[in-house]
Design a protein around this ligand. Sequence first.
Ligand code: FMN
Length: 194
Amino acid sequence: MKVLVVHASRHGGTKGIAERIGEVLQKEGLETSVTGTHDANWVIGFDAFVVGSGVYMGHWLGEGIEFLQQNQMTLSQHPVWLFSSGPLRGSSKEGPASDPLDNALGPTEGPGSGGRKQLEALIAAIGPREHKVFYGAYDPSDPPKVFSERIVRWMPAARDVLPPGDFRDWDEIEAWARGIAAELARTKTPVGGA
Ligand SMILES: Cc1cc2nc3c(=O)[nH]c(=O)nc-3n(C[C@H](O)[C@H](O)[C@H](O)COP(=O)(O)O)c2cc1C
């Protein structure tokens, strides 16, 4: 069984999560490749997919959305797991209900729901086994990569919204990956390439 783990990552936090998932899957006996979206044009020959993106202003990164769009047909025919990374622990954006999806991607309706709706339309088309939200990482000394990020970081409230630190929960990430391996092991025969 061959698994492709794909990451859309602006500052490397999501890439790190994808790499750790890949290590666990490999250790569990699955032939696993880990790659960025730009190197993942060739999805043929994989039996299962794990796809994750960093979240910025309530949206998956464009390259992550494009990967799902471009490979929607193939993904819909195979077991797929999605993950978003992700809220920064202690951010003022963490709502009182602390629903991980709300914290990461915003509400399902109304103002601020655009990124979530965009992703949920793709989720409806692809039918992933799960969409998991992991805490992310933010290092303010790593310069912004796009103009909008520069603006957000300059905002007076930035310190409350974006607490610096690495909040990735490796135990949770590894446990999730082991769960994927267990579920794939129950799939007796490989689904086959696209
Ligand atoms: C400008 C900025 C905006 C962010 N907006 C969100 C957001 O809307 N929701 C969220 O869950 N995390 C948000 N984050 C946190 C990132 O998703 C988190 O740092 C993630 O780990 C980044 O992944 P990457 O390093 O792979 O790009 C934001 C971070 C920055 C710097």
